[in-house]
Design a protein around this ligand. Structure first.
Ligand SMILES: Nc1ncnc2c1ncn2[C@@H]1O[C@H](COP(=O)(O)OP(=O)(O)OP(=O)(O)O)[C@@H](O)[C@H]1O
Length: 254
C-alpha cells in the first residue's frame, strides 16, 4: 500500500461569519473525506445552520476558504456549487402535492439534466429518466410509496422524499440539515436505516441533534461550540472527549 491518505472532498479553512456583533462561525476548519458520513453536532446556536448555509452559498462568508475536491468554491453562487457536486436537502414546498412521489423525483432528475422548463408529460414518458428517478426513490426508502401522491405521505415519508429529491441532483457531497427533525421514534429509525444504506455511495455531512442517530451513523464527528470546532474524531473519541462532555453534552445529557 502507498500509505498516502486521500485528499478531502470538502476542505474548509478559517470560515467565519459575523451578524453585527455576534460571531456565528469563528474560524471553522473542517475536512470531509471521500465516502465518509461526517456528523456536525453542537448545542443550539453553535453555528451549524450558518455553516451549512455558507457551504451551500446561501450566506457569503466574511473570511475563509471552501474547497470542493481541491477547487475553491467559496466565491461561487449556489447553482455553480451544485454544478460542481454539492447538494442539500430542502423542505418540499416546491413539489407538486397532487402528483406521485415518482413523478416529482422524475421532475427533479429532469431539472438536474438542465431543463429549465419542466414538462411533466415528458418526465412521465421518458423511461430512462423514470428509471433513474426510481433508483433515487428506492435509495430513499420509498420504493413502496413511488405511486403515492405527495399529499398523502406521512411526515417521515416527506423527509425521505426530500432526500430523494436531493439525490436526484447526484451530489458528490450531500449536506443534510436535521433530517430527523420532528420525526417520531419509528420514523427516525427508518431514516437512520436509509442513511446507513446510502453510506459509501454518497459522501455526507450530517447536522443532527438526535445523538442516537449520530452515534449510529457517523464515521467521524466534529463538534461545533460558539462557532468553533472544538473536536473531531470517531464516535468513541468524541464520546470520551472531556472537552466535548463539558462544553456540549453537559451533565445529565452525556
Ligand atoms: N440571519 C441572522 N441574523 C442574526 N443572527 C443570526 C442569523 N442567523 C443566525 N444568527 C445567530 O447566529 C448564531 C448561530 O446560529 P445558527 O442557527 O447557525 O446555530 P445552530 O447551531 O444551527 O443552532 P440550532 O441547533 O438551534 O439550529 C445564533 O446566535 C443565531 O441567533
Amino acid at each position: 500500500m502507498s500509505g498516502i491518505s486521500p485528499e478531502p472532498l470538502l476542505s474548509v479553512r478559517g470560515l467565519a461569519k459575523r451578524f453585527g456583533g455576534l460571531i456565528a462561525t469563528d474560524g471553522v476548519d473542517l475536512d470531509v473525506m471521500p465516502g465518509e458520513l461526517h456528523a456536525l453536532i453542537g448545542p443550539n446556536g453553535a453555528g451549524k445552520t450558518t455553516l451549512i448555509a455558507q457551504l451551500f452559498g446561501e450566506l457569503r462568508q466574511d473570511a475563509g476558504a471552501i474547497r470542493l475536491d481541491g477547487e475553491e468554491v467559496g466565491h461561487l453562487a449556489t447553482p455553480d456549487r451544485v454544478h460542481r457536486g454539492l447538494g442539500r436537502t430542502f423542505q418540499i414546498t416546491q413539489l407538486l402535492p397532487d402528483f406521485t412521489v415518482l413523478d416529482n423525483v422524475a421532475l427533479a432528475v429532469q431539472a438536474r439534466d438542465g431543463h429549465s422548463f419542466r414538462f411533466l408529460a415528458d418526465a412521465r414518458r421518458d423511461e430512462g429518466l423514470r428509471g433513474r428517478a426510481r433508483r433515487h426513490v428506492t435509495a430513499s426508502g420509498l420504493a413502496n410509496r413511488a405511486e403515492t401522491r405527495v399529499a398523502d405521505l406521512s411526515h417521515g415519508e416527506q423527509k425521505q422524499l426530500e432526500l430523494a429529491v436531493a439525490l436526484a441532483c447526484e451530489p458528490r457531497l450531500l449536506l443534510l440539515d436535521e433530517p430527523m427533525a420532528g420525526l417520531g421514534h419509528v420514523e427516525s429509525g427508518q431514516m437512520v436505516e436509509t442513511l446507513r444504506a446510502l453510506k459509501g455511495r454518497t459522501t455526507m455531512l450530517l447536522v443532527e441533534h438526535d445523538m442516537d442517530a449520530v452515534f449510529a451513523l457517523a464515521d467521524r464527528v466534529s463538534v461545533l461550540v460558539y462557532g468553533r470546532i472544538i473536536a473531531t474524531g470517531t464516535v468513541e473519541e468524541i464520546r470520551d472527549n472531556p472537552d466535548v462532555r463539558t462544553a456540549y453534552l453537559g451533565e445529565g445529557d452525556a
